[in-house]
Design a protein around this ligand. Structure first.
Ligand code: NAD
Ligand code: DAU
Length: 378
């Protein structure tokens, strides 16, 4: 079957992996990457597929309603996978307006353009899909201590190849109420509500997914894992927020892209699916794994860079723990992560060490000023 799909934010971290997967796997589809190319968007992330006949890049702002609407008409778009967003919590604390503008108004612009275009067609919603990519942060923060006194991680690590949910009530499930804490997650929560409202009010065929922290190649180095890999390599301090005890649930980005593929094609309209790999880590533990892995891959003595760890002022409103229960997705659609965490981290460290030129390009200019300002006050 032929399809014409817009992927927004396709030049960013996760979006570039989704574009790559769709362009490679579905030569019969036309994949249109709609991206404004903010500081986080980088066409170098897609060098390997940029000349493919089923791929097209369009530089556009999702908030520019008229242009988005015209693009949908011109390209006869029947599917939208919406990833474009401002994505970094620390930036949202400094500049919440940009987050409301892009994440809320931008999503509304995409929804309204799709609604007007699809409603104008004789077949209307039939064969259409608006798939909105959201985050687990909309659910707020989880408890650190189980009523029985047990400390997280509550789920077994991916290395066992299995997981258990003995403490299931302490995970993010799809029916949890939204309790966002940061301007970033508040804006994402608002956009999720608009997507569901377009289904409930107009009948638009929508799907929302909420995923945990992603890691892997092409992530902008303001986020924990690429920032720390680069700092360890160059023996720069590693700014650990607070005591480093916050817990995050990590998923290899290609596995998120695989989940998006599965859900886009087989997910049920109006449903929500949580995506995660049952892989919780305290920040400080993951940082030690990163130091050991970078040291070993660079031929240094493992652990010799532990003294780079520098405890700094905590992030304002720092959510203590995230942990996704992705049982619904696994049971209903058969998706499972393909990589164990240990393999994913090896590949990720190797990729950043092998791609210093990519790192140098994205950390030059304005970014260095942002980075210096950000850490000067901590
Ligand atoms: P990213 O910051 O790496 O990329 C965002 C992309 O969106 C960039 O290419 C940027 O140029 C583009 N963009 C920003 N504003 C735009 C606008 N107004 N118009 C068009 N394009 C615009 O983000 P990411 O980490 O790849 O996250 C992608 C999506 O996945 C986001 O919606 C985010 O909320 C969600 N998400 C991210 C994670 C994660 O761990 N990174 C986890 C769960 C969900
Ligand atoms: O949970 C999904 C979310 O994961 C996505 O929706 C966001 O777009 C994505 O940015 C990510 O949010 P986090 O805030 O969890 O990711 P970040 O990499 O910024 O931070 C991970 C943890 O590490 C968090 O507890 C804060 C801490 N941290 C981060 C940085 C950048 C530090 O201790 N020091 C740092 O310098």
């Amino acid at each position: 079957m032929e399809r014409n799909i817009i992927i927004t934010g396709g030049a960013g971290f996760i979006g570039s992996h989704v574009v790559r997967l769709f362009v490679n796997k579905y030569p019969q589809y036309k994949i249109i990457n709609l991206d404004k190319l903010t500081y986080a968007g980088n066409l170098a992330n897609l060098k390997d597929i940029e000349d493919r006949p089923n791929y097209k890049f369009v530089k556009m702002d999702i908030c520019d309603f008229d242009s988005v609407y015209k693009l949908m008409q011109d390209e006869h778009v029947d599917g939208i996978i919406h990833l474009a967003a401002e994505s970094h919590v620390d930036r949202s604390i400094k500049d919440p307006f940009t987050f409301a503008q892009t994440n809320v108004m931008g999503t509304l612009s995409m929804l309204q353009a799709a609604k007007l275009y699809w409603e104008s067609l004789p077949e209307k919603w039939e064969g259409k899909r608006f798939y909105h990519i959201s985050t687990d942060e909309v659910y707020g923060a989880l408890e650190m201590t189980h009523p029985n006194g047990i400390e997280p991680p509550f789920s077994t690590k991916a290395s066992s190849g299995k997981h258990h949910l003995a403490y299931g009530e302490l995970f993010f499930t799809e029916d949890l109420k939204y309790q966002p804490h940061s301007p970033y997650s508040a804006a994402k929560a608002s956009s999720d509500h608009f997507v569901r409202a377009f289904h409930d009010t107009y009948g638009m065929p929508t799907i929302v997914t909420n995923c945990s922290n992603n890691y892997g190649p092409y992530q902008f180095p303001e986020k924990l894992i690429p920032l720390f890999i680069n700092n360890i390599r160059h023996r720069k301090p590693l700014p650990v927020y607070g005591k480093g005890e916050n817990v995050r649930d990590w998923l290899y980005v290609v596995d998120h892209a695989r989940a998006i593929d599965t859900i886009f094609h087989n997910g049920k309209v109006a449903e929500t699916y949580n995506i995660g790999g049952f892989n919780e880590w305290k920040n400080i533990d993951i940082i030690k794994v990163l130091i050991n892995t970078v040291d070993r891959q660079l031929g240094r003595k493992e652990g010799e860079d532990m003294d780079l760890i520098t405890y700094v002022t905590d992030r304002a409103g720092h959510d203590m723990r995230y942990a996704i229960d992705s049982t619904k997705l696994q049971k209903e659609l058969g998706w499972e992560p393909s990589l164990q965490f240990e393999e994913g981290i090896e590949l990720t460290v190797k990729w950043y060490l092998d791609n210093q030129e990519w790192m140098d390009n994205v950390t030059s200019g304005d970014y260095m000023k942002y980075y210096e300002d950000m850490y000067a006050n901590r």
